[in-house]
Write a protein that binds this ligand. Structure first.
Ligand code: PMP
Length: 366
């Protein structure tokens, strides 16, 4: 044998029980773990596709949409950003991206790779955008797509979205929104707010495993996808084909890829739990936990990275690291002593803050 069976694989698998309180992933509740321990089914078995249909109904609820092109991509949240860009943009199209942390920059990188002309509006980390700033950008660049992040997890900043869809449509522009870190903690109303493309993370507020990402596209977005002059560059993320696998267009399902039945079971149960709690209760719980955390941190004399409370994302709290402390020591201490995850800063908050979430208690013990 050129390569022998590795010795490490003879040892038993080791997975410690950690309390995940960083910006994500979250721990899965026992009901989700139990669902994922069920036997694998085929990706086109009627039982699997039945569960996929249930998932679509759950996704319509979480996004508050009636869109038929509602489905999952079989990958983490990054694939959903790619899917928005590669489905809604063709080479030479102008896309306008709002950047106030790493996610806008990352989306810009992706859009460029698909041949789009990327323009940005930028504001400082911890700041969000006003409708006026966005309108100026729409007038200046005349984009076909405007992309913005509702919950910028790298800084813990919340972006209000009310009125944005109508504004974009006035300028003949589609609206794409990232709700990976925000959904479940703040309102998301896809149809009411006229959002054209949206996705969230399975592994954040939904407490499902990572690797299967809910998405939805409006009729306007669908129209753009079906009238493209060039094929979508990534077969795996092409909504015309993936939409057929998820039975979005009323045509017989086709084999597009082998969905992970295990992840399908897990997401289905996580959505069921979310629906049982209800959107409003979930938002209330996150708000209450965030407020408790702010109060506790205040008592300890800690300073939050985002001073203006109205701009804080209830899910991800960024805490400034005092000069006399090294953030790595804090994070390592929490992990070593308590198996408790807090993360270091990301992008603009690297070395400046640690991020902390305090919303999952109900899931872990509920
Ligand atoms: N967008 C935001 C706002 C995020 O917080 C994350 C994950 N931290 C992503 C996108 C990417 O998600 P994933 O890690 O599942 O690819």
């Amino acid at each position: 044998m050129l390569v022998e069976p590795p010795k490490c694989l003879r040892k038993p698998l080791f997975v410690p029980n950690k309390l995940l309180m960083g910006p994500g992933p979250s721990n899965c509740p026992p009901r989700v773990l139990q669902a994922m321990s069920q036997q694998t089914l085929g990706h086109l078995h009627t039982e699997t596709t039945y569960i996929m249909d249930e998932i679509k109904e759950g996704i319509k609820y979480i996004f508050q949409t009636r869109n038929t092109l509602t489905l999952c991509v079989s990958a983490a949240g990054h694939a959903a950003i790619e899917a928005v860009m590669c489905n809604l943009l063709e080479p030479g199209d102008v896309v306008l991206i709002a950047v106030n942390g790493i996610w806008g920059d990352r989306a810009s990188d992706m859009a460029e790779r698909y041949g789009a002309i990327v323009r940005q509006i930028r504001t400082g980390p911890g700041n969000n955008f006003t409708l006026n700033q966005i309108e100026e950008g729409l007038i200046k660049y005349n984009p076909v797509l405007f992309f913005i992040v509702q919950g910028e997890s790298s800084t813990g900043c919340y972006q209000p979205l009310e009125g944005l869809g109508d504004l974009c449509h006035r300028y003949n522009c589609l609206l794409g929104v990232d709700t990976v870190a925000s959904l479940g903690s703040v309102p998301v109303k896809m149809d009411e707010w006229s959002i054209d493309a949206i996705y969230t993370g399975s592994q954040k507020c939904l407490s499902a495993p990572p690797g299967i990402t809910p998405m939805s596209f409006s009729k306007k977005a669908e129209n753009k996808i079906f009238t493209r002059k060039t094929p979508v560059k990534v077969y795996y993320l092409d909504m015309k084909v993936l939409g057929d696998y998820w039975y979005c267009f009323g045509k017989p399902r086709i084999y597009h890829h082998t969905v992970s039945a295990t992840l399908v079971y897990g997401l289905r149960e996580a959505l069921a739990i979310f629906c049982e709690e209800g959107i409003d209760n979930s938002i209330r719980r996150h708000r209450m936990c965030a407020n408790k955390l702010y109060e506790g941190l205040d008592r300890l004399g800690m300073q939050l990275f985002i001073r203006d409370a109205s701009k804080r994302l209830p899910t991800v709290t960024t805490i400034e690291v005092p000069d006399f402390l090294n953030w790595k020591d804090v994070v390592e201490y929490a992990m070593k002593t308590y198996y408790f995850e807090i993360s270091g800063g990301l992008g603009p908050t690297t070395g400046k803050s640690v991020s902390y979430r305090f919303d999952g208690v109900q899931c872990y013990f509920g």
